[in-house]
Design a protein. Sequence first.
Length: 129
Amino acid sequence: MYLIHLQLGSPGLCDLPEQTAAWVYSAAGSDEGVEHVSLHADARPYPVLGMYLLAESLEQAEARAAAVCRRALAVRPELRGWVLGEVRAPLVAPFYEALLDVNPGRDGSGQGRFRPADLSSTPADLRGK
């Protein structure tokens, strides 16, 4: 299963209708593997649809997601003027980098976010001598 983000742009300053995710989901064929669609209308700089779908590869997932979204944009009069922008799997690197944060804890404990602080094998009384 893949999560694909689809950026949507509009020539105007209007908001996407709340039903957009449901309309995009209903545009998918039963053989396209779409499991769920959600709308992130307040994403910046453009609104984003998150689409979970089953596919054999990332490329196939991105292509299917784009096709389903374009189909919905073409048939729903409420979405007239909206265009599909970038279609891609979201990067999760920042999330994992935060998990590996080596900076001391904010509470002064010396512990990183999800692991203990680095401990020296040298006893404290022998350091600096």
